[in-house]
Design a protein around this ligand. Structure first.
Ligand SMILES: [Fe+2]
Length: 197
C-alpha cells in the first residue's frame, strides 16, 4: 500500500539512512527551498509534496554514494513512498548518476537548486553572519566563478539546471538565495531540536 508521506515521516526516513548532520541540514534546506519555489511558481497546493521530494532527494547518498539515485528506489519503495516521489528523487541525478529524466517542473527545480544550495551554504558559512540573509547576488556570482571555492559543487550541473528551467543563471541564483532565506530560521530551529549543528 502506498502511504502519503508527510514532513515527519519523510524526516524519519531520511534519518534512518543518514547520520551526518550535513546531510540532514541539506535535506531540510532543499525541502524549504522546494516549498518556496512551489508557491512562487503557482503550485501552492502541491507545496508539501515538493518539499518531501526535496527532503528525501539524497536519501541514499551517505550510505551508498556509489549507487546514488539508484539505491534510493529500493530504499523508498521499502518505505512505501509514492512513485512520484521516487521518480523525482532519481531524476535529480539525470545525466550524472541516473537516466531518469526530470519531466515535471518540480523535478527541474529540484535538479537546479540542489547543487546550488550547496554552493550558497558554503558561501554563507564564510560570512561573519553565517547566514544567507545578507548575501548579495554579486558575491555569490564571484564564488560561482572561483572554481577553487567549494570545488565539489558542480558549476556544470547548476548551469544545466538553469537551462532546463529556461532561466538565466543569474535568475536561478537570485531565486535560490531568496528560497534559502525563506527557510533558514526554520532549518536552524529544526536542527537544534534534533540536537544537530
Ligand atoms: Fe543534494
Amino acid at each position: 500500500m502506498q502511504t502519503k508521506l508527510n514532513h515527519e515521516t519523510a524526516l524519519e526516513i531520511l534519518r534512518k539512512y543518514n547520520s551526518e548532520s550535513f546531510h540532514i541540514r541539506h535535506g531540510l534546506t532543499v525541502e524549504g527551498c522546494m516549498k518556496w519555489f512551489a508557491e512562487q511558481l503557482g503550485y501552492g497546493e502541491e507545496k508539501e509534496f515538493w518539499g518531501i521530494c526535496g527532503l528525501l532527494h539524497d536519501v541514499d547518498f551517505e550510505r551508498y554514494p556509489e549507487e546514488h539515485c539508484k539505491k534510493a528506489v529500493e530504499l523508498l519503495q521499502g518505505e512505501n513512498a509514492e512513485p512520484e516521489v521516487i521518480h523525482a528523487v532519481c531524476s535529480h541525478g539525470f545525466g550524472h548518476c541516473s537516466d531518469v529524466e526530470p519531466q515535471h517542473e518540480m523535478e527541474k527545480v529540484l535538479f537546479a537548486c540542489d547543487e546550488l544550495t550547496g554552493l550558497i551554504w558554503a558561501a554563507a558559512k564564510m560570512r561573519p553572519s553565517k547566514s544567507v540573509s545578507d548575501m548579495e547576488l554579486k558575491s555569490l556570482k564571484k564564488k560561482f566563478k572561483d572554481k577553487r571555492f567549494a570545488a565539489g559543487c558542480s558549476r556544470e550541473i547548476i548551469t544545466e539546471g538553469a537551462e532546463k528551467l529556461g532561466w538565466t543563471l543569474e535568475d536561478l541564483m537570485e531565486r535560490t538565495i531568496l528560497a534559502m532565506r525563506s527557510c533558514e530560521t526554520d532549518v536552524n530551529e529544526e536542527m537544534q531540536k534534533l540536537g544537530m549543528e
